[in-house]
Design a protein around this ligand. Structure first.
Ligand code: SAH
Ligand code: SF4
Length: 341
């Protein structure tokens, strides 16, 4: 059976042409799937009946099955969604003043092995298909249809999006297509631990926002925290950031996890400000969120403020990310976290 929701609009047009049907049928189908969000081919009343029948024998419409929904005191909602093969992913919706930001997953688990991250401890189970990525947004949109609009999407759920780049790019195409979910490219952010060649490719193939999980200012510490650094050390990572093809007036977001006694010294803050000097950047400081079985702790509040002050004094836009959804394990590294927009 063909996973019809994994096809971009162009691919659907091709799909129809190959079957000697007009390309516009592809566009019609695409709209039914993503704008109207129907669950059966039978509902697609402007497609010929015979064709609908044929489709229902050869294709399926993907749907994620919610089996757990948790609501945090701060309004954050986390869903556990079951995939067709029984594996589970998590998707989070974070309320802002007049909209929601959703945090979506790109893989089941993650193979990058960062020392501080709960998702990392699961290892990589598998990549998500484009349908499984885009359907998270469709699912949340439907769930929240009576509430605030879903405006921003961050790839900060489970997984390393750049380790599943092809499927992530297809999903972005579906999410931003005017006949699809019509999200603005400016409101989609891909976060990465730093797979350097894939960052270059992302910049060439999609103009979405970029967030880098930096988390350390020396290779010695970053090697320990994030194994990917041994392959792509800090200078290589920052050099592609310098040359990254940024959309107008956009900056790269640097995520900096603060762990007491590990990467939170004032020298670190000064080094960080020097490292980012030539990159249009904004900095998000994330106090470490506790993970079961890990000894790490967040620094004391005063220390975090001092760290921020140094960066501010050097002219950086720096926010301290107050984690939302902590009480339901929906915060950073417990899965994901609030994205300042
Ligand atoms: N794999 C991508 C996308 C996941 S984003 C990436 O790493 O960028 C998840 C974010 O939460 C990353 O910035 C990650 O470094 C951060 N994070 C992981 N564990 C954390 C923890 N225990 N406390 C706070 N942030 C954490
Ligand atoms: Fe994977 Fe990102 Fe967690 Fe590292 S921080 S293990 S890359 S999800």
């Amino acid at each position: 059976m063909i996973d019809i929701c994994s096809k971009t609009r162009k691919e659907l047009e091709e799909f129809f042409k190959e079957r000697n049907e007009a390309a516009f049928r592809g566009r019609q189908l695409f709209k039914w799937l993503w704008q109207k969000g129907v669950n059966s081919f039978n509902e697609m009343t402007d497609l010929p009946k015979s064709f609908r029948e044929e489709l229902s024998h050869s294709c399926f419409i993907y749907s994620l099955k919610p089996f757990k929904k948790e609501l945090s005191q701060d309004g954050t909602i986390k869903w556990a969604l079951r995939l067709k093969d029984g594996l589970v992913i998590e998707t989070v919706a974070i309320p802002e003043k007049d909209h929601f930001t959703i945090c979506i997953s790109s893989q089941v688990g993650c193979g990058m092995g960062c020392l501080f991250c709960k998702t990392g401890t699961m290892g990589l189970k598998r990549n998500l298909e484009p349908s499984e990525i885009a359907c998270q947004a469709l699912f949340v949109k439907k769930e929240l249809s009576k509430s605030l609009p879903v405006r921003n999407i961050v790839f900060m759920g489970m997984g390393e999006p750049l380790a599943n780049l092809e499927n992530v790019l297809k999903a972005i195409e579906i999410l931003t297509d005017d006949l699809g979910l019509s999200f603005s490219k400016r409101r989609i952010t891909v976060s990465t631990s730093g797979i350097v060649p894939k960052i270059v490719e992302l910049g060439k193939r999609a103009d979405v926002g970029l967030a880098i999980s930096l988390h350390a200012t020396t290779d010695k510490i970053r090697n320990k925290l994030m194994p990917i650094n041994k392959k792509y050390p800090i200078n290589k990572l920052l050099s592609v950031c310098k040359n990254y093809n940024l959309p107008k007036r956009r900056r790269i977001t640097f995520e900096y996890l603060l762990i007491k006694g590990i990467n939170d010294s004032l020298d670190d803050a000064k080094r960080l400000s020097r490292l980012l000097a030539e990159i249009p950047s904004k900095i998000n400081l994330i106090p470490f969120n506790p993970v079961d079985g890990l000894e790490f702790r967040a620094p004391d509040f005063e220390n975090i403020m001092e760290f921020q002050e140094i960066l501010k004094s050097k002219g950086y836009t720096t926010i301290i990310r107050k984690s939302k959804g902590r009480d339901i394990s929906a915060a950073c590294g417990q899965l994901c976290y609030e994205m300042e927009t």
